[in-house]
Design a protein around this ligand. Structure first.
Ligand SMILES: CSCCC(=O)/C(O)=C/O
Ligand SMILES: [Fe+2]
Ligand code: NI
Length: 185
């Protein structure tokens, strides 16, 4: 289930608010300049569908965002600890890369085709922990501090939209805040 939990940045043990209402999540996210939507596939997608089929199934929604926001490329990232295609060391390295607070020079746009992951958004003296699930679209604006926890047994497939076709690039803030907040177990 998709949930949003909000904390004061100094009090990671004491949630101020917890909700699983998608409309409330979208409204609270918008206050940070974050877009949250729920998308339906235009056609059924079998598990393990190739990236081209994944992009095809969500083409209308992807093209709408591209027109609206000028995103120039789209790809699909798949991580599945159970499949054994990624070694445990590689998965840990990938998890660590996203687990430190960082920003991007462009919006971070992710659509969860399958699986889940936890985004932690740091703004306005608060941390918004958004547990994303299948069918969730999240767009984190350029410059907003955040980190992402894929958990110890990651399993997700995401469509990513980029303005710069060179792809993912992060600027780490050096703030150890992510270590104060509990990681997924
Ligand atoms: C859910 S896709 C991988 C996470 C990512 O790209 C990122 O920048 C997290 O902050
Ligand atoms: Fe990021
Ligand atoms: Ni709950």
């Amino acid at each position: 289930m998709t949930t949003l939990t909000i904390y004061l940045e100094q009090h990671p043990q004491t949630p101020l608010l917890h909700t699983s209402d998608p409309e409330v999540i979208a409204t609270l996210a918008e206050r940070l300049g974050v877009r949250f939507e729920r998308w339906e596939a235009t056609q059924p997608l079998p598990p393990g569908a190739p990236p081209e089929a994944v992009l095809q199934a969500y083409a209308p929604q992807v093209e709408r965002l591209q027109r609206e926001r000028g995103y120039r490329s789209a790809d699909v990232i798949s991580v599945d600890a159970a499949s054994g295609t990624q070694m445990p060391g590689q998965l840990q390295a990938l998890r660590d890369k996203f687990l430190c607070e960082h920003t991007h020079e462009e919006d971070e746009v992710r659509f969860f085709v399958a699986g889940s992951g936890l985004f932690l958004l740091h703004a306005q003296g608060r941390v918004h922990a958004l547990q994303c699930e299948q069918n969730d679209l999240l767009s984190v604006p350029a410059g907003l501090r955040h980190w992402f926890d894929m958990g110890p047994q990651p399993a997700f497939t995401c469509i990513r939209l980029f303005t710069d076709p060179a792809g993912w690039a992060a600027r780490y803030t050096g703030d150890p805040i992510a270590r104060r907040f509990p990681a997924l177990a």
